[in-house]
Design a protein around this ligand. Structure first.
Ligand code: NAP
Length: 258
């Protein structure tokens, strides 16, 4: 039973890929809850921008790694916007490391945000969606999860691989209740995440290198991911579940012998 008023919660919706997803879903008429955790300013300015265009939007701070904060996030969204129909689990962090530079605390934090965050939001939202018999859940994983060969992404890749198996298992648990669960695996997308700790010159070199690794000959934009999410979040996608949609421009540097 598709709801006529779509209500979307986008975790980490204030910047980067999340911001593009928010903008796209709002343009399609959804009321939006923009979640963030550390920086209120980008979330507030996005909400202002959306409202100026006539959209309904709120910003809610919550660390997705905290079950209590996530409960409160879902409750605030529902109280102010109505029952959520769409959940996009986009919030994620990346701490580059190799076997040599492995840092247990950094991996633990990545797991709590990238993996537990997905579990926390879905557990908090599922009862309402089950009662209403409708829901669209999209988890943002990464093409690292399916074996890209970019150095330094090993442990991040492991957390995102967990997101893929959880996507399939949760789809199996929730499908009979009218809830679909799918994943999108972005390739290299220009956001703060990939700009961090690089000079302009180093960044330009990385763009050139990453462009050469794709079949389409360019790096990704957040809007490339938003387009894929928009399909999976739509009422028309009700027969599509437990799927992983890779949106990486046709990356050619995958680890072989899988
Ligand atoms: P980004 O530019 O670093 O933005 C991250 C967003 O997540 C921000 O809104 C941030 O809010 C929020 N966030 C971080 N930790 C959070 C937490 N614990 N609770 C709630 N919100 C949190 O990242 P991005 O590049 O857009 O990445 C978005 C997603 O795509 C991530 O899951 C990432 O792993 C995945 N991805 C990205 C790429 C890429 O190339 N960029 C490739 C593959 C997959 P604050 O501003 O408040 O910190």
């Amino acid at each position: 039973m598709p709801s006529t008023q779509q209500v979307a919660i986008v975790t980490g919706g204030s910047r980067g890929i999340g911001r593009a997803i928010v903008t796209r879903l709002a343009a399609q008429g959804a009321a939006i809850c923009v979640n963030y955790t550390a920086q209120p300013q980008p979330a507030d300015s996005l909400v202002k921008e959306l409202r100026a265009k006539g959209a309904t939007a709120i910003a809610v701070r919550a660390d997705v790694s905290s079950p209590a904060e996530v409960q409160s996030l879902i409750a605030q969204a529902e109280a102010q916007l109505g029952p959520p129909t769409i959940l996009v689990n986009n919030a994620g962090i990346s701490s580059p490391a190799t076997l040599e530079t492995y840092d247990e605390a950094a991996l633990d934090r990545m797991r709590r945000v990238n993996v537990n965050g997905v579990i926390n939001t879905i557990r908090a939202i599922m009862d309402g969606m089950k009662t209403r018999g409708y829901g669209r859940i999209v988890n943002i994983a990464s093409n690292a999860a399916i074996g890209t060969a970019l150095p330094g992404t090993t442990f991040y890749a492991a957390t995102k691989a967990e997101v893929l198996i959880l996507t399939r298992r949760f789809a199996m648990e929730l499908g009979r209740a009218g809830i679909t669960v799918n994943a999108v695996c972005p390739g290299w997308i220009v956001t703060d995440m990939v700009r961090r700790n690089t000079t302009e010159a180093e960044f330009a070199d990385r763009v050139t290198g990453m462009r050469e690794r794709t079949m389409v000959g360019r790096v990704g934009a957040p809007e490339d991911i938003a387009a894929a999410v928009a399909f999976l979040a739509s009422p028309e996608a009700g027969f599509t579940t437990a799927q992983v949609l890779t949106v990486d421009g046709g990356r050619m540097d995958y680890i072989g012998h899988g």
